[in-house]
Design a protein. Structure first.
Length: 217
C-alpha cells in the first residue's frame, strides 16, 4: 500500500476511535508509569507536542512548561485534549503533521507513541522538521514502543511499509503504520545524522532525549 493511502487510513482510525483511545491508559500500569516519568524529564520553556491525541500527556507537559502548543490531525481527539487540559498556557492546533511546518521555535519538542507511526521513508523529513522546530539548546523528548510490543499487535506481513491492523468496538478495521524501533538502532541512525541522543528502557517501552546537529535550522 502506498504511504499516502496508508496514512489516510491511519488518520481515519484515530478519528473514528477517539472515544476508545484512552482505554489502554486505564488498563495498563506500564502506561501510567510512563505518564509519571514525564515529571523527571527535562521539559522546559515553550513546548511543542506532536500528535497529542486525547491529551494524556498535555497537562503534565503544561505543569512543567511555560507554554504548550499541542498539534494533532484529528479534531475528535483534540476536543478531548482541550477538555482534559485546564492550563491557560496550552493551545491546540489541528494539522496534518506530514504537511505542517512549525511557525516558530520551541525549547522542547515532545511526542509520545508517534514515531512508530511515521513511515521509514518519511523519517528523514520528520527529524528535519523536529530539528528546525527546536530553539538553540532545545531538546526532542520522545516515548514509544520497542520491538517487544509487536507481540501485542496484529502485524501484517509482506508490506512495503511496516503495518498493523487495528479494530474498533464497532467491528471496523483499519491499517496503520507501526514501526517497532529498536532503541540502539535508532540511536545509531540519529547519531550518524549528527544528533546527540540518549535512550533508556522504561516500562517495556523506551524514552529518548535528543539534541539536533548544531547546524540545524
Amino acid at each position: 500500500m502506498h504511504d499516502d493511502a496508508l496514512l489516510t487510513e491511519q488518520m481515519a482510525y484515530y478519528k473514528a476511535g477517539a472515544a476508545e483511545y484512552d482505554r489502554p491508559y486505564a488498563e495498563y500500569e506500564d502506561l501510567r508509569k510512563l505518564l509519571a516519568a514525564v515529571d523527571n524529564l527535562p521539559i522546559t520553556g515553550d513546548v511543542l507536542e506532536l500528535a497529542c491525541g486525547t491529551g494524556q500527556w498535555t497537562p503534565r507537559l503544561a505543569a512543567r512548561a511555560q507554554s504548550v502548543t499541542a498539534v494533532d490531525a484529528s479534531c475528535e481527539v483534540l476536543a478531548l485534549a482541550r477538555a482534559r487540559t485546564a492550563s491557560p498556557t496550552a493551545q491546540f492546533l489541528e494539522a496534518d503533521l506530514f504537511e505542517w511546518q512549525p511557525p516558530r521555535r520551541y525549547d522542547t519538542v515532545f511526542f509520545a507513541f508517534w514515531l512508530s507511526h511515521v513511515p521509514p521513508t518519511r523519517l528523514p523529513d520528520f527529524w528535519n522538521t523536529v530539528a528546525t522546530a527546536l530553539a538553540p539548546g532545545g531538546k526532542a523528548i520522545f516515548i514509544d514502543d520497542g520491538p517487544a510490543a509487536a507481540a501485542y499487535e496484529e502485524v501484517l506481513a509482506n508490506q512495503t511499509t511496516p503495518t498493523a491492523l487495528r479494530r474498533l468496538d464497532d467491528g471496523s478495521q483499519y491499517r496503520i503504520v507501526k514501526v517497532f524501533h529498536d532503541a540502539q538502532t535508532l540511536t545509531d541512525d540519529l547519531t550518524a545524522q549528527g544528533w546527540s541522543i540518549h535512550t533508556r528502557p522504561m516500562a517495556g517501552n523506551f524514552i529518548g532525549i535528543a539534541e539536533p546537529p548544531t547546524t540545524a535550522g
